[in-house]
Design a protein. Sequence first.
Length: 141
Amino acid sequence: MPLWTVHHTPGFFSDDDKRGLASSVADHYEKAGLPRFYVVTLFQETRPEDFYVGGEPASAGVRITIDHIARHHRDGDGRRRTAQWIRRMVEPYLEGHAGLHWEFHVDETSEEMWMINGLVPPPGGSDAERRWAERNAATPY
């Protein structure tokens, strides 16, 4: 499961921006072979007086945390490619905002500590995972 949590100052993203970014994120992971419903994107508005950078409130800020659980990179090249893909995906939503501070990071979490609807997801690339992707839902296997 990729979980994207987008912390942002008020009014930064329109509803259309949120839908567009969340859809683009899900599209990418689906193309990479993950069931689309694995992808969760949360937008969390954070007031400038609660969003500090370098000890000072940020008038315009975006901080994205991404948890990768379903798949992990095996090497630094894969991690760098993913970081560049993320940058290219989010930049169109961030361009043109004066004084914006933005950043992201990705954590790779153990898949052994993950369930969907109480089910342990099937192994990556397995027939069971392909069935989950086709059904776009977690079902017993």
